[in-house]
Design a protein around this ligand. Sequence first.
Ligand code: FHN
Length: 445
Amino acid sequence: MISLRRIRTRHYFVAFVLLLCFFQLLPSAAQTYQPSPENLQARREFQDMKFGMFIHWGVYSVLGDGEWVFHNRKMTVDEYNRLPLFFDPEKFDAHMWVSLAKAAGMKYITITSRHHDGFAMFDSKISDWNIVARTPYKKDPLKMLADECHKQGIKLFFYYSQLDWHNPDYFPRGATDWPNGRPDQGDFNAYLDNYMDGQLTELLTNYGPIGGIWFDGMWDKPNADWHLDKTYALIHRLQPAALIIPNHHQTPRPGEDVQTFERDLPGQNSAGFNTTFISTQLPLESSDTLNDNWGFNIGDSHYKSAQEVERRLVRAAGNNSNLLMNIGPYPNGEIDPQFQVRLHAVGEWLAKYGDSIYGTRGGPLAPADWGVTTQKGNNIYVHVLNWAAPLLALPPIQTKITAAHVLLDNQSITFTQNADGVLLKLPSPSQDETDRVIVLSLGSK
Ligand code: FHN
């Protein structure tokens, strides 16, 4: 005979298994993520902005050897701890930085609130490993930048490194680990839930409305549980319109708002570490550097020309993507004059060609070697980037074209349209031309 106690134990066991199954079936917070109306609106605004300034700036700038110097020189934590003592950016001028971004035609700024060295470039109460507590400067440049951005109507995003080479609780350590004097133990859950979420709470509450958080570094421990559901929910609760932009180089996860591609156009994976998957739901962004480095590197004078930047911007827009172009300011807060000259030139170009970039989406034709198309309302912008011949044959466009003209001088363009495609008679290219833009006006179908 089965005893009463055994039956009860069995019942408990079955109930336990059912409960487990129930929780397995329950979708996580992120899987049920429904972006708020403010968030969806912010996504559209993000796509309209098209061009942003990326800024890598931290105590590493003192050594003028890029933002990975801690790791590359295999420094110890004790050695690196001395760097903030030399970081005194007395020339930092938030007004000048934001004005430069505006003059370049950039509509948003994404700045490193902390990079992989974990050093907070803002006034953090979570730890004293921050600019106010550890440097002779003693001020919070992100606060000044946020105030200035709000004043000048530029959106501010905070880059935040999930990877941390300094905090002992970033343990077990990841692929970029080296023996730098940290103990071989630590509480990763405390690092995520208290340290990281604590700092994110500061960034989302002390700086007014921000554009969003640009995450980087998860790739250091791709298989770890990063508590993403929790962190993403926190961000969306504190500022529903703030966009989550993860640079994890993978297919977007639920709860993420923008797909970003590092040094790459969407899906191309020419960098070798990006995904080829392109989201059709999320806004897209492509980032790159104005010279070869993210953080200030004194030996790097391999600057891209203004024309190269313009062409990248056009190619990005034609791929339905934004371009986030990086500069690494000096440790004293100044911005390399070489960057400034180029950014001003791009701004002048955008003053003439901006109509074909801002507020557009990728056009109806697939990007090709000759160029790309963008579209806004009833206009298709044909960006001729690489085509010297007088006739350009395009694949079919479904909507009837009623007129065609050159964007720059309104000159009418002769064209034919039929089921085989569209033939444009192009004006001859002028010397040093970045982009010949032909506007196709659309009628009804
Ligand atoms: O390691 C970083 C690097 O320093 C820089 O911040 C770039 C910017 O996209 N992201 C990382 C590499 O994926």
